[in-house]
Design a protein around this ligand. Sequence first.
Ligand SMILES: C[S@@+](CC[C@H](N)C(=O)[O-])C[C@H]1O[C@@H](n2cnc3c(N)ncnc32)[C@H](O)[C@@H]1O
Length: 267
Amino acid sequence: MTNDEQTPVELNVDVAHPARMYDYYLGGKDNYEADRAAAEASLEAAPEIRAIARENRAFLHRAVRHLVHSGVRQFLDLGAGLPTQRNVHEAAQEIAPDTRVVYVDNDPIVLVHARALLSGRGLGRTAVVQADVRDTPAILADEQVRSLIDFDQPLAIMLVSVLQFVPDVEPQDVVTPLRDAMAQGGYLVVSHPTQDFRASQVDQVASTYTRAKAPAVPRRKAEIERIFDGFELLEPGIVQTPLWRPEQPVTPDLDLIWMYGAVGRKL
Ligand SMILES: C[S@@+](CC[C@H](N)C(=O)[O-])C[C@H]1O[C@@H](n2cnc3c(N)ncnc32)[C@H](O)[C@@H]1O
């Protein structure tokens, strides 16, 4: 759990990592041969993955803007990934420069990026922590989290396209301790792939992640509803990501977007 510039980071480039596969889908440059090979296998099964990744980022940005406009000034972004495209702190600080953001990810490449990120405009208001989302006690006790996040003030917790990568635990086991640590009126932002559409392609993609040693599990809408236990869903509820408060006409073919997005407010 460090962003010390001197600390060497072990990237393990011979094994595909979800963060770098996602970077590849989005047209980023922070990926290696193993990531590209695994990503290509997924794209072969479901070429729509690039559109799903782009729509996921667009959903994340709309959710962040909405929450900043609603008065939220602190974000805990779990499974934050690489800042391939505008990241949470940029989207939020553009509207409210005093917004504080802590990124958490278990992929060491995110730390490498943190070094560039933290030397930018967000200095002092943005931090990156290397941790596993399943280890909520460590995240909640982390020094950087504690120094930037005031748990008595409105907070948004982001679990955007990450809970599928913890197939061995129930999503509620991750969310419940975080929810309990938040003040009432805090927000939870989630996106999650589903087999409610294109089940056979989604299965094939899941198999490519398993073969890449990053097992991923899609979930049905009813399972995603349970993640929001103790939260009131903002309109329009749990919907395919392009349908969450679109700011422009919805263009993608919705039959291909097997990813739900939703935002809840703690009751
Ligand atoms: C598909 S990317 C999503 C990135 C970003 N949240 C977004 O939606 O654009 C998934 C991210 O979750 C991270 N991740 C996967 N399993 C994780 C775990 N157990 N703990 C922390 N991060 C994890 C990956 O390293 C990757 O950066």
